[in-house]
Design a protein around this ligand. Sequence first.
Ligand SMILES: NC(=O)c1ccc[n+]([C@@H]2O[C@H](COP(=O)([O-])OP(=O)(O)OC[C@H]3O[C@@H](n4cnc5c(N)ncnc54)[C@H](OP(=O)(O)O)[C@@H]3O)[C@@H](O)[C@H]2O)c1
Length: 339
Amino acid sequence: MAETNLQVLLRRRPKGAPVPEDFEIVETKLPEPAEGEVLVRARYLSLDPYMRGRMSEAKSYAKPVELGAVMEGQTAGEVVASRAPGFTPGDTVLGGFGWQRFSCVSPARLFKIDPKEAPLSASLGVLGMPGLTAWVGLEDIGRPKAGETMVVSAASGAVGQVVGQLGKIRGCKVIGIAGGPEKCRFVTEELGFDACIDHRGDLNAQLDAACPEGIDIYWENVGGAVQAAVFPRFRDFGRMVMCGVISQYNTVEGADSFGGAPGPNLGAVVRKRLHIQGFIVSDNGWPRYPQFRREMLGHMAAGKMKWREDVVQGLRNAPTAFIGLLQGANFGKLVVQID
Ligand SMILES: NC(=O)c1ccc[n+]([C@@H]2O[C@H](COP(=O)([O-])OP(=O)(O)OC[C@H]3O[C@@H](n4cnc5c(N)ncnc54)[C@H](OP(=O)(O)O)[C@@H]3O)[C@@H](O)[C@H]2O)c1
């Protein structure tokens, strides 16, 4: 039987939390590469929180996915056929090919990677966009110094795991925040953070106990109640790296609200001379990817950078897995193995 393509489309825009009916799964004909294009078979798809933003029409830094179009996403796979110079069948590649098994892409959107360096799925997590996000945000905004105290929310997740371990490599005391005892145990025992706070418990009491000296760097992945508890604990000249506010993504008001939590008193920004900066990895991250990858492979070889993946089998299960990501159901970097 001839091979077909499998695609996940955006059927309608979610109101609040996405549901499976917001997606449509279709089988289509295998696409044919035009002159100058490459046909890629995806082996792994990365599921990431930003995709919730692409499902919405609200104004943002990137265009929404059109209704009826393939959901946007990073994939890793191999070249099946090539009509472009520099690529041959069997090459391992990384790129934004969407929630689909096959795609025709222009070489400008392809990164060739060496499959011997690390397992393929790692190039979507620790060695991929989330890892690069951690590295760029710390280099440019967090600027950790030895002896400083760093707090990282969503610490067991794709970005958080890398942020905290890079903080440890730079000599910081690192406190994670995660949902539940199992994730907290992983963060301290496997990743080597100094402590981990369960955000389902009393945040204030746990923060008092873990960082009585205050906080120099807060890596914000979550927003809402976690942000409200961390903010008053900043020390003078603290830095808040605004990476994401996942607790707000399904709220009707969107990411510009505090999701019912009290907003921070911004007077402290003046008094404590705080630096708060948001960033998007695609602003200036990808040109630095080769340097990032080299450094990370070095940390991995030295046993200083561990990673955990949550691998879901089959593209048809991508919508449910993505819905779970926005509620903390994943444990580690969420990827789909495409059958
Ligand atoms: N600025 C950028 O360029 C950039 C790039 C990549 C990612 N990001 C942002 O970085 C953050 C983390 O992304 P990731 O890919 O590493 O995801 P992730 O941490 O692997 O997965 C998301 C985690 O967020 C936590 N979470 C989900 N819903 C929550 C809620 N309502 N309240 C509190 N915590 C909740 C859960 O962890 P717990 O169970 O531990 O709570 C969940 O496992 C997101 O905000 C994302 O948008 C930004």
